[in-house]
Design a protein around this ligand. Structure first.
Ligand code: IPE
Ligand code: IPE
Ligand code: MG
Length: 238
């Protein structure tokens, strides 16, 4: 395996955090922070296209976020629905496939319908992928994979002795997507909050105090340049 990064990441994953604090800082309701955060997504996507990063995964709603006040959950779901509708054209224009990871069946039906419609409409694009983590939890993902594997074993389709890492990976929500090379978290929090725990075992981590609505082109480019200076050893001597 290549021990040096020397290049751009193929897959960037982002924990988009700090919308609420951004709003508070500006004396605005939290909802305005989420709306402003949606603009950062456009900026990051633009850089991905320019640089040639084919996979971008965004943590948009965690399996733990349901405990927030009903009004905020409602606002986030509404924003997501509007986002899907208003950005669909752009996805087509830039030949971007939209995908989602998470327990999607638990999303409100209106969101789920819009999401699956846009995913179907863009499923044929192969150049680049935008992957939204929605009602996503890494432990839930691994649990779902274990359950699917156990079912195969019960049906006699899989010998337990043949379960290896590739088999586990093969039962995750998006098994064909390469592991993230770079994982960014904004807002100064230094934790993964149940995001991509299996896939991030050798991912380079980048934490910045910048709040997500302020994370625009310049901030993203700085993160990418930081990544390019890293030496990835994967356990070897690099
Ligand atoms: C991230 O911003 C968006 C979601 C988690 C949906 P937050 O809403 O968590 O913002 P802070 O952390 O309260 O500032
Ligand atoms: C992580 O942010 C989830 C998303 C960005 C969607 P949170 O704000 O929910 O994370 P914690 O609760 O601070 O760990
Ligand atoms: Mg937060």
């Amino acid at each position: 395996m290549n021990t040096s990064s020397a290049g751009w990441p193929r897959h960037v994953a982002i924990i988009m955090d700090g919308n609420g604090r951004w709003a508070q800082l500006h004396g605005l309701p939290r909802t305005r922070g989420h709306e402003e955060g949606a603009e950062s997504i456009a900026a990051v996507l633009r850089v991905c296209r320019e640089v040639g990063i084919p996979y971008l995964t965004l943590y948009a709603f965690s399996s733990e976020n349901w405990v927030r006040p009903r009004t905020e959950v409602h606002c986030l779901m509404g924003l997501l629905r509007r986002y899907l509708r208003s950005r669909e054209k752009e996805l087509h224009k830039h030949r971007t496939r939209l995908r989602a990871i998470g327990r999607l069946e638990a999303l409100p039906p209106t969101v789920w319908r819009e999401l699956s419609r846009v995913m179907d409409a863009t499923a044929h694009y192969t150049e680049r992928q935008l992957i939204l983590a929605l009602n996503y939890g890494a432990r839930a993902e691994i649990t779902d994979a274990v359950r699917a594997i156990a079912r195969k074993v019960r049906r006699g389709e899989l010998d337990p002795e043949r379960i290896d890492e590739a088999v586990v990976t093969g039962h995750l929500y998006a098994p064909d997507v390469p592991d993230p090379d770079l994982l960014i978290r904004t807002s100064g929090e230094l934790r993964l909050s149940n995001f991509l725990l299996w896939q991030a075992s050798y991912t380079e981590l980048y934490f910045t105090p910048v709040l997500w609505p302020d994370f625009r082109e310049g901030e993203f480019r700085a993160a990418l340049l930081d990544y390019r200076r890293r030496h990835r050893r994967f356990g070897g001597l690099g």
